[in-house]
Write a protein that binds this ligand. Structure first.
Ligand SMILES: Cc1cc2nc3c(=O)[nH]c(=O)nc-3n(C[C@H](O)[C@H](O)[C@H](O)COP(=O)(O)OP(=O)(O)OC[C@H]3O[C@@H](n4cnc5c(N)ncnc54)[C@H](O)[C@@H]3O)c2cc1C
Length: 414
């Protein structure tokens, strides 16, 4: 029997960890290389949604009409920091191109294909690794405070129904019966019973890290600065000097993946959509379900450590300090629909979503180095799509055919 190749995975966020655990289940030796703590990037503090019912990309027809407002409202749901505007311009142009109706349709199909398998893939990963028990399958309430926004949301709900997703439109009274701590500001919305979330996204990372170690996987602390690919193997240049030889390499560095792909000569237009939240241990309100306020670009997620209120999209790159005024803006908007909300003792967080202009990840073999694979750019859906990505990458490495067509996620699509 020929020995399976060993795999070095750079980046131990939820995507790298899910890939590592899946490869181990299929008999590969794995090494994760992480420059900080495992699960300390975007996977640390996200909203915890297994958001498989979301099928619409951020780039949608008509989005360009809203673009000028993004520059003018620094605390709005989507904003560009003026100092970062020149850097993000090429990404924005691709984003606008991805919002054309034909491109939008392609992105919707590709997101839906990954998301349709998201929960079943997580269930397989939980079963194979014994890490289940964190799922809260309570559904999601899409809530609005203006009737005009409900009317605008209907096209999105129809798109979801077209993909077999159950969406029940509800009036304000029905919503408040389901979640009595929502206040009179609620005008109506919809319930998506299929949506699910985890009780703690960081704990999920730590569970997988533990399993990877217990099964003999190594987790090395180190900063990879470049990848050198040859036909038969790949080498990783570490910042502190050594070069690591590898049979196969997976780049899963989230928002920091671009320079590693560039070191192989592959220029991927990856940038970051920064997101903010606050997690409150005793919020003074209690919700059973995930609450989404799409009109304001944020969510309220009841997780094990309290209520997590957050979202927003800020284009300001990887280096600018957080603008915590965004969290204050989030909280005052949240109080419009949950007036008793208290944020005393809340912990603020900012994370870097890894985002491509067409809202699709790169899940692909490198075109320059056949031993290197990419798995990054999952934007708003990294937790949702991590287990599916693990299976897809494992399938590419072992040469198995997959039911999901990988062409939409190819590295050279731009
Ligand atoms: C506010 C917010 C809310 C969100 N809510 C949700 C949600 O509800 N559902 C959902 O599915 N997704 C959500 N997301 C998105 C999700 O968090 C991300 O898509 C996901 O965490 C990305 O995982 P990752 O493993 O690719 O990246 P990360 O978790 O960022 O991990 C990348 C890792 O690579 C390491 N690394 C980087 N460069 C190197 C290098 N050169 N050498 C070694 N190590 C390196 C980093 O230290 C990091 O640990 C949210 C994001 C934000 C910001």
């Amino acid at each position: 029997m020929t020995e399976l190749p060993s795999v070095h995975i750079v980046g131990a966020g939820i995507v790298g960890l899910a890939i590592a655990a899946t490869l181990q289940t299929r008999g590969h030796q794995v090494t994760l290389i992480e420059r900080n703590e495992p699960g300390s990037g975007a996977s640390l503090g996200n909203a915890s949604g297994i958001a498989w019912t979301d099928v619409a990309p951020l780039a949608s027809p008509g989005v360009w009409r809203k673009a000028p407002g993004w520059l003018l409202d620094p605390l709005g749901p989507l904003s560009v920091r003026p100092s970062y505007a020149p850097s993000i311009l090429p990404w924005m142009l691709r984003f606008l191109s991805a919002s054309r109706p034909s491109a939008f349709k392609r992105s919707v199909s590709a997101i839906a294909a990954l998301n349709a398998d998201a929960l079943p893939a997580w269930e397989r990963l939980w079963r194979d690794t014994g890490t289940g028990g964190r799922l809260r399958a309570e559904g999601c309430l899409d809530v609005f405070d203006k009737p005009a926004e409900i009317a605008r949301a209907r096209a999105g709900w129809q798109l979801q129904r077209d993909h077999g997703i159950e969406v029940k439109e509800l009036d304000a009274r029905a919503i408040r019966e389901m979640e009595p701590d929502l206040g009179p500001g609620v005008a109506g919305g919809a319930f998506l019973p299929g949506w699910a979330h985890l009780d703690d996204p960081h704990a999920m990372c730590l569970d997988l890290e533990r399993v990877v170690r217990e099964r003999g996987g190594q987790i090395l602390r180190g900063d990879v600065v470049s990848v050198i690919g040859t036909d038969g193997e790949a080498r990783l240049q570490m910042r502190d000097g050594p070069v690591i030889q590898a049979d196969k390499v997976v780049i899963a560095c989230g928002a920091w993946s671009r320079p590693l792909a560039a070191s192989l000569g592959e220029d991927v237009p990856l940038d970051t959509e920064r997101g903010y939240n606050i997690t409150v241990p005793e919020p003074g309100v209690s919700f059973r379900r995930f609450i989404m306020l799409a009109g304001y670009g944020f969510v309220m997620s009841p997780i094990a450590r309290g209520l997590r209120i957050g979202g927003m999209v800020e284009f300001a790159g990887l280096k600018a300090p957080p603008n915590w005024a965004r969290v204050d803006a989030l909280v005052s908007r949240a109080r419009r629909i949950a007036p008793s909300l208290s944020v005393e003792g809340g912990e603020r967080w900012m994370g870097f979503r890894p985002s491509l202009p067409d809202s699709l990840p790169v899940i692909s073999r490198s075109r320059r180095a056949p031993q290197v694979y990419y798995a990054f750019g999952h934007a708003h859906h990294g937790l949702t799509q991590a287990a599916t990505t693990g299976e897809l990458v494992a399938g590419m490495i072992s040469g198995n055919r997959r039911e999901i067509d990988l062409v939409p996620y190819a590295v050279d699509r731009f």
